[in-house]
Design a protein around this ligand. Structure first.
Ligand SMILES: NC(=O)c1ccc[n+]([C@@H]2O[C@H](COP(=O)([O-])OP(=O)(O)OC[C@H]3O[C@@H](n4cnc5c(N)ncnc54)[C@H](O)[C@@H]3O)[C@@H](O)[C@H]2O)c1
Length: 383
């Protein structure tokens, strides 16, 4: 089978997402499976070029995985003819500048979310890339989670009847960093460094809601910084200036109401770190990262409110697990494969910079709502 090697810059590969999900679980996993097969019988073969700030860490990652191509010089990597794609998993604040450089160098671009810090910045990137004839993509990994794929299957199969509402709980306790190290990077808790849970999670909620249930027409958000001081990676105490919890209501086209809580200050009493309950006239479902359970109208029990009696029913046992019925691969890898087919074979790919800009817009408007204490309508983005 003919291999079609394609040079891909991975900028920010020393970070959590860049290393684990994008290098190891996506591009190296694609190489392990023999590349991405195309309809013409050839295969796309990713050739990662590791880019970052620390020589030591880049060399260490390269050696660990038998790779030879790494550099701290982004401009030199962008100048190479064999490099066709620029990928960015840096901290969010560094993204816009680097993507501009990649556009000027004529590379196709794939990036972690959020695409930029402001929707105007994101739209400018979308326009500039489109004017230069480049193909673009933004990570929307949640769409490929087994739990959400099962939910989509239920929606497509008409299981719910008319969908009424969506309730989502996302979050877990992120340690403050004093007596136990925090399990997320400290920049997430500093607004001045691009942190905050709205900026982090609302881009995800935007595409999840839009793809599964309908366009978001209005958003109302209350945010909080519940933990005002944290301790960073070096053991220094710092003021947490960013929101660490967001309580959002999203009004969707067609009248569906979605209420999504996002929090790094909540202890998990759920089956998974994220769960969405969807209630419809014909049935309901609760989907997590992997699992999805349902209760149909015909088997819905009839609880009667009576605080004088102990609970007589085990409500959790009244749900039925949705079967896999297919194999679910890593979501980041599935989206990478789609992007590579888009770049090399021109296959359609709808999660482009414009889609990414809508995610940034949702975060921006969520923060406006919180700041001004009001419901904010979501205008269509002017491309
Ligand atoms: N899709 C998802 O589910 C998901 C989850 C978490 C994070 N993210 C996104 O991925 C990106 C990276 O997040 P992460 O959690 O991997 O962060 P991280 O702190 O672990 O990694 C950040 C990377 O950026 C690099 N970097 C470049 N310039 C920097 C600077 N000036 N200061 C600090 N680091 C700099 C670091 O060296 C490192 O490689 C963010 O944009 C974040 O929004 C996406």
């Amino acid at each position: 089978m003919t291999r079609r090697p394609i040079g891909i810059i991975l900028n920010g590969v020393t970070g959590r997402m860049g290393y684990r999900q994008h290098l190891v679980r996506s591009l190296l996993a694609i190489r392990e499976q023999g590349g991405v097969p195309l309809d013409d019988g050839t295969t796309v073969w990713p050739e990662p070029v590791l880019v970052g700030r620390s020589e030591t860490r880049l060399r260490e990652i390269a050696e660990r995985h038998g790779l030879a191509d790494w550099t701290t010089d982004l401009s030199a990597a962008l100048a190479r003819d064999d490099v066709k794609i620029y990928f960015d998993a840096q901290v969010t604040q560094q993204r816009e500048k680097a993507i501009r450089q990649a556009i000027d160098a004529g590379k196709h671009i794939y990036t972690e979310k959020p695409l930029a810090e402001t929707s105007s910045g994101a739209l400018e990137l979308a326009r500039a890339a489109s004017a230069a004839g480049l193909r673009t993509g933004v990570v929307q990994d949640k769409l490929f989670l087994p739990g959400l794929r099962k939910l989509k299957r239920l929606i497509d199969g008409g299981f719910f009847g008319r969908i009424l509402s969506v309730r989502g709980e996302f979050g877990y306790w992120v340690f403050e960093g004093d007596w136990q190290p925090a399990q997320r990077p400290s920049w997430n808790y500093r607004a001045e460094d691009g942190g905050g849970i709205v900026v982090d999670m609302f881009p995800h909620w935007q595409y999840v809601l839009e793809e599964l249930f309908g366009e978001v027409k209005a958003v109302t958000t209350v945010i909080a910084t519940h933990i005002p001081r944290r301790v960073d990676e070096s053991g220094n105490s710092y003021p947490a200036t960013a929101d660490d919890a967001a309580y959002g209501i999203f009004e969707l086209a067609g009248g569906i109401v979605a209420q999504l809580n996002s929090s790094w200050c909540v202890r998990v009493n759920r089956d998974e770190l994220v769960e969405f309950q969807v209630d419809g006239t014909e049935g309901s479902a609760v989907a997590g990262l992997r699992g999805c359970k349902i209760q149909h109208r015909a088997v819905t029990p009839k609880p009667v409110w009576n605080p004088d009696l102990p609970v007589t029913e085990n409500f959790r046992s009244q749900w039925t697990e949705v079967p896999d019925n297919e194999e679910f691969d890593n979501g980041f890898k599935v989206q990478w494969e789609a992007f590579l087919r888009h770049v090399v074979a021109g296959e359609p790919f709808r999660w482009d910079f414009l889609a990414g800009a809508r995610g940034v817009q949702m975060a921006e408007l969520g923060l406006v709502s919180a700041r001004e204490g009001r419901r904010v309508e979501v205008p269509e983005l002017d491309r």
